[in-house]
Design a protein around this ligand. Sequence first.
Ligand SMILES: Cc1cc2nc3c(=O)[nH]c(=O)nc-3n(C[C@H](O)[C@H](O)[C@H](O)COP(=O)(O)OP(=O)(O)OC[C@H]3O[C@@H](n4cnc5c(N)ncnc54)[C@H](O)[C@@H]3O)c2cc1C
Length: 430
Amino acid sequence: MPQELNYWLTTVKIPTPPQQPLPEKADVAIIGAGFTGLSAALSLAKRGDKVVVLESETIGWGASSRNGGMVLTGLKLGVNKLISMYGRELARRMYAASLESIDAVERMVKEENIVCDFARTGHLEVACKQAHFDDYARQVEVIAREFNHRLRVVSRDQLRGEVGSDIYYGGMVDEISAGLNPARYVAGLGAAAMRAGAQVCERTRLLNIQRQACDGAPGFKLNSSRGAIWARNVLVGTSGYTGAGTPELRKKIIPIGSFVITTQVLADALARELSPRNRQIYDSKNYLYYYRLTPDNRMLFGGRAAFFPETDQTIRKSAEILRRGMIEVFPQLLHTKVEYVWGGTLDFCFDIMPHAGQLDGIYFAVGYAGHGVAMATYQGQKMAEWIAEGKTNNPFTEIRFPGAPWGLYNGKRWFLPFAGAYYKVLDWVS
Ligand SMILES: Cc1cc2nc3c(=O)[nH]c(=O)nc-3n(C[C@H](O)[C@H](O)[C@H](O)COP(=O)(O)OP(=O)(O)OC[C@H]3O[C@@H](n4cnc5c(N)ncnc54)[C@H](O)[C@@H]3O)c2cc1C
């Protein structure tokens, strides 16, 4: 059995903020110290706002340190669906924002000198069925025509130049995606936010928020596990870990477990055989696998092996399922040791779209559906801009934020096994 430990965390020391009492007041209180919260905190602190980040655990404890580190273009939803749901103009702006979000990460890494192995390696989607491959040509054409962005189809006989596996029907490459070490990235973001003057309060869980004026100014009182704080504005960036402190938001988010294994360090020749161009790779299923090489040449292999969020049990079960999945893709790894396994929680909204806006006057940005490395960084910056300037051009604030059909879901997880079964059936039939 591999170690139940997030491999990325063995490569970095996450900064620990100084122990300070919770201040009485802030211009902006931010809930969650992940990519969303910290990139917003950095932008706001640089503008001179007094920013306090409440984090129930530690900096980067959530999905931000646990992910695959794939800095991806595009949105989870297919491009045709995007256009049919939102119309050309808004779909174009959303797609452009998703491209811009990768630049936002690159700029952040450069400006704040974050050593996190950021590299524009490109990503590869691989087709698990002939029908999925046939659809790639259509997608490439629509994306070029509607969004002015070029992707490339790779036929089955040329796929060995991209991935050392024979199980796929072909692939689609986007050169502008990137890879990074997410734990180093979130550590760097945390350090940058604190350098800019933001106060990060770890082990401080938000319990509830009430509207309350202070000296005649409208704002909010936040009760936390370490006392109360008043803030003029509140931004919630709690993603798949959104809880009872923000009950209206919780009802709109489905928390879904995602799990990762990493192997021992591979010999150079084997690593190059498995991933000749060092791409960020994922397959075309709903219940998908994603994989890549780490900067030190381990195979990192992830997927939704269990639908429930991470527990000792789901992590253990996932280690075996993912190892089997990895060997199906790469029989070359049959005798390779799996050294680490861990899990984390993703946030899906009911329409599989990112959402940003205000609920009862409280700002939020959530719903990254496994595409949050770039998008959460971008949303943090856009939310900071909105809070500071009072206006926004963020297209994700313009779409309807649906709740569960017939109001069936109250934030409890009883229906996750049904959702899991539904996606598995979809993979058989589509
Ligand atoms: C296993 C896995 C693999 C992934 N792979 C990729 C990938 O390769 N590429 C990609 O783009 N995306 C990926 N993602 C998604 C990506 O990691 C997330 O979308 C992104 O990290 C979300 O950042 P965030 O800051 O919004 O939330 P998080 O990083 O989850 O941070 C939320 C924080 O809020 C805190 N919190 C929650 N409630 C409270 C409260 N009441 N009071 C105080 N604090 C609270 C939590 O402790 C947590 O630290 C993956 C996710 C997982 C789990």
